[in-house]
Design a protein around this ligand. Structure first.
Ligand code: ZN
Length: 58
């Protein structure tokens, strides 16, 4: 048994300071990856379609 965690990015042994990553560099890279995914999710607002449907009932 060994309870040493591995860095999810480069598979090196993680350090307690930057868990679960091995270094500040890998931690930053993971953070940037998540931020990049967030910026790409930009869909049009659905509110306009709902308002039009309500007007049809009048
Ligand atoms: Zn790493």
């Amino acid at each position: 048994m060994n309870n040493k965690e591995k860095c999810p990015l480069c598979k090196k042994i993680s350090t307690p300071q930057f868990r679960p990553f091995c270094s500040a560099g890998c931690k930053d890279r993971d953070l940037l990856k998540w931020l990049g995914d967030g910026y790409r999710v930009a869909g049009p607002p659905a509110e306009e379609a709902i308002i039009k449907n309500n007007n049809d009932d009048v």
